[in-house]
Design a protein around this ligand. Structure first.
Ligand code: URA
Length: 436
């Protein structure tokens, strides 16, 4: 994976600049160098700006599989591991590599738990132009993600599912690296994505896992071969840690569902949990739920549990158990602008990356450390590719509280929409499956 030369100099005294230089120059780290740098980073003796430089070197040089295994292990060991064996029930989780409008976890976690599986989801915040499950759930008044390991186990034994964050106790290394990668353009790297996701999944204690590896313009892997390599690497790391791991490669060229942005996406997730919502989103949720139930050894019809209210009940119970009020009104922004079709025809392209960037610029994501995200900012897609439009018909609505952001958001949307004469060939939602 990129690095070819081996740096045999294994210096027991910590040399932060030498470690960065080694990766910059394409050398592989020794296991003790990796452990040292992670320990020093957590202790504050490997500075944030040094880690930023090192992450950029990893983006360019990659890591050999052995380095990745030690790096991931060091991240897991940065905190505690949760033991879920005492719950005596099958455990299964899912993680997405990140997309635009990807609110699947909000629906899938309670849906699978409604069949008796334990779903201990440790999620992330927005990363780059993609939204994060935790930022979305934060739109629910009172809801808390910062649970202690004991609270996680408590919620799981009461409700069967939880959505929680890496914390100072569980994978603190990912909590810090994730935030740093978000603002230093160091997200798009197979070893950094693999270690970020798999450290959380191993530490949370799940015994089986479905990975949703997004492919397309709105994903961190635009190329199918790269996405396949990412999926295979995560499956290998999962299996090496005794986690039964499967992966689906799913299309991310256009936003998933209709809503992009934190509170907007929670509302759409609740719509699907109530038996409604957009078809593309519901179909993907059902396909992923079927695989997760298979991994957990449970039989059931996920579509039915979306219609009969079982999944919604479980979602509300989870929100309550985490301090939230599932019936409190969600924050609502104003419609700030509308993007319209410039001609009649068929919508051929609605670019996921552009919509994700525009949503971020409206305030739904971060571009500076510690920036507060807006719960109300975002975009609704009034039309999806393949549908007919007439000239002047609204295609996108831009939402939020800050009209001064609209100009930048509209700039991000330049060239994102294409209306043509004949229907586009749309990719199937699930492109490939590994170990499902
Ligand atoms: N999700 C994560 O948790 N980490 C990544 O790096 C990408 C997606």
């Amino acid at each position: 994976m990129g690095a070819v030369l081996v740096n045999t100099r294994d210096n027991p005294s910590f040399d932060p600049v030498g470690i960065i230089r080694a990766k910059r120059d394409g050398l592989a780290w020794s296991p003790s160098q990796i452990r040292q740098l992670m320990e020093n980073y957590l202790a504050g003796t490997f500075a944030e700006e040094q880690m930023a430089a090192l992450l950029m070197a990893v983006v360019w040089r990659g890591m050999a599989f052995d380095e990745l295994a030690v790096w991931t292990e060091a991240m897991i060991s940065s905190g505690r591991r949760i033991d879920l064996d005492l719950l005596g029930r099958p455990t299964v989780d899912k993680h997405s590599t990140g997309g635009v409008g990807d609110k699947v976890s909000l629906i899938l976690v309670p849906l699978v738990a409604a069949f008796g599986a334990v779903v201990p989801q440790m999620s992330g915040r927005g990363l780059g132009h993609t939204g994060g499950t935790l930022d979305k759930m934060d739109a629910i008044p009172g809801w808390r993600s910062d649970l202690s390991p004991e609270e996680v186990v408590g919620v799981l034994s009461e409700v069967g599912c939880v959505i929680t964050a890496a914390s100072t106790e569980i994978v603190p290394a990912d909590r810090r690296l994730y935030a740093l990668r978000d603002i230093t353009a160091t997200v798009e790297s197979i070893p950094l994505i693999v270690s970020s996701i798999m450290s959380k999944k191993v530490a949370e204690g799940t015994k089986s896992l479905l990975l949703d590896v997004k492919v397309g313009t709105g994903a961190f892997m635009a190329d199918l071969a790269e996405a396949r390599r990412l999926a295979q690497t995560m499956v290998e790391v999962g299996e090496a840690h005794g986690v039964r791991t499967a992966a689906m490669l799913t299309a991310m060229d256009t936003p998933l569902g209709s809503a992009v942005g934190n509170a907007l996406e929670v509302q759409e997730a609740i719509d699907v949990l109530s038996g409604a919502g957009p078809d593309d989103l519901r179909d993907l949720v059902v396909a992923e739920a079927e695989v997760m139930l298979g991994l957990a050894g449970i039989e059931g019809d996920p579509g039915e549990a979306l219609h009969d209210g079982r999944a919604l009940q479980r979602f509300e119970a989870m929100v309550r158990a985490q301090g939230g009020d599932p019936h409190a009104p969600l924050p609502q922004g104003r419609k700030l602008a509308t993007v319209r079709a410039d001609r009649s025809g068929v919508l051929c392209r609605l670019d996921a990356l552009a919509v994700g960037m525009a949503s971020l610029r409206l305030g739904a994501g971060r571009s500076r450390p510690g920036e507060q995200v807006s719960m109300t900012a975002g975009i609704t897609c009034e039309v999806k590719p393949g549908q007919s439009v007439t000239a002047g018909q609204p295609i996108l609505a831009l939402w939020g509280d800050d009209p001064s952001r609209v100009g930048d958001a509209e700039e991000a949307l330049a060239g994102a929409i294409e209306v043509g004469d004949s229907p586009p060939t749309l990719p199937p939602p699930v492109l490939e499956r590994l170990g499902c």
